[in-house]
Design a protein around this ligand. Structure first.
Ligand SMILES: [Ca+2]
Ligand SMILES: [Ca+2]
Ligand SMILES: [Ca+2]
Length: 373
């Protein structure tokens, strides 16, 4: 600091022609002359950093291990270094990140030891970074606008190609084939720790059965207002259906046990037909749970938009017609609940539109639920 003060005082004196009131020692005068004549460098250099530097001091180290290393470790690189109050650091950014590649004969980059120091390939904004992570090992990651892994990892397989993992013996343990999209050589054990496979399970049931031309409803009939079972005897086929009245709500009942792994979503399906060719029919599935420890005579929920669907009649008489209640109401239902089920027609239109005249013949009903295995 003193040399800067002396230099400033000397130059001010030269410029103004007025001698500043500064006392020069013989050493000060000699040093000052050296700077002015250019024989003494303003920033010193050498193979040993100055001791007790002040924060902000600059020094050119001439024996760095690599340019910018600021380690003065008997190398041959030259770096301009800055004392930050604790250590000497490069003036050109993060220490040791200075070049590509290093002088190693194997051309190996040795400084990519974190994402911040990764070797990057891209357009200057987005791309891939290669580095070794202290915890996770070698990494090859995308970066978007400098943010690691801020991308979708998409790999396109050309026709006839596949992606594959192999075990240490070179045996395929998982292959994804481009042409089929199929995984092969692949094991997923749902009993292994942390593995879950959620699947849809779909089942369908007849509603009525015929013995010759005598029909019987398969399910539990209520004491009043059950649909009439009838045989649908065709030229080729024999089957039964349940005929639901057009104005009076009719129903039958059954019950299920929600399976282990039940995920909470049930769809109910109907296949029906009618002589009429216009209007709509309201089909309902009223579900109520009975948990362990509850009595087995629960009250069904009322027909409502959450457990009924209004399905328009086909324009051609007696064509089969499909309808579905997606996500039927099943309040608080959980795996292993005993669930009572009431299948009905909202004939009086109290919940949804039921405008078709004449009977609606229910041939099948079905159920889809989701189970985590
Ligand atoms: Ca339909
Ligand atoms: Ca009703
Ligand atoms: Ca009606």
């Amino acid at each position: 600091m003193r040399i800067l003060f002396l230099l400033c005082a000397y130059l001010i004196g030269l410029a103004s022609g007025v001698h500043a009131a500064v006392t020069f020692s013989e050493k000060d005068a000699s040093t000052l002359k050296g700077y002015v004549r250019g024989t003494t460098p303003i920033i010193r250099s050498g193979t040993a950093f100055p001791s007790n530097p002040v924060t902000g001091a600059l020094f050119v180290v001439t024996d760095d291990s690599a340019a910018g290393a600021c380690d003065s470790s008997a190398g041959s690189s030259i770096s301009l270094c800055y004392w930050d109050g604790a250590s000497w650091v490069s003036t050109v950014g993060v220490a040791a990140i200075t070049g590509w590649p290093t002088v190693s004969t194997t051309k190996e980059i040795t400084w990519a030891n974190a994402f911040a120091n990764a070797a990057r390939f891209g357009n200057g904004t987005d791309g891939f970074a290669v580095y070794n992570d202290a915890t996770n090992g070698p990494q090859f990651v995308c970066f978007i606008a400098g943010v690691e892994n801020d991308c979708n990892y998409v790999r396109k397989l050309a026709s006839g190609k596949y992606a594959e993992w192999q075990n240490s013996s070179g045996t395929s343990i998982a292959r994804l084939t481009a042409s089929t999209g199929a995984w092969t050589n692949f094991t997923l054990d749902t009993e292994e720790s942390g593995n879950t496979l959620t699947i849809q399970e779909e089942q369908w049931w007849d509603v009525a059965a015929c013995q010759n031309v005598t029909a019987q409803l398969i399910w539990n009939e209520p004491t009043t207002n059950a649909p009439a079972a009838a045989c649908d005897t065709g030229t080729n086929t024999q089957k039964g259906y349940a005929s639901f009245d057009a104005t009076t709500d009719e129903s039958f009942e059954t019950d299920w046990v929600l399976p282990t792994g039940f995920t909470g979503s049930i769809d109910i399906h109907f296949i029906w037909k009618a002589a009429a060719t216009s209007g709509a029919v309201g089909w309902c599935a009223q579900l109520v749970r009975v948990a362990d420890g509850s009595t087995s005579d629960p009250a069904y929920p009322a027909q409502a938009s959450g457990n009924c669907v209004s399905d328009t009649a086909k324009g051609t008489t007696l064509q089969e017609n499909h309808a579905t209640i997606t996500g039927v109401t099943c309040t608080s239902c959980a795996a292993r609940d005993h669930v009572y089920v009431r299948i009905s027609r909202d004939a009086n239109g109290g919940a949804v539109t039921d405008s078709m005249t004449g009977d609606a013949h229910l041939m099948k009903f079905g159920r889809t639920w989701r189970v985590a295995k």
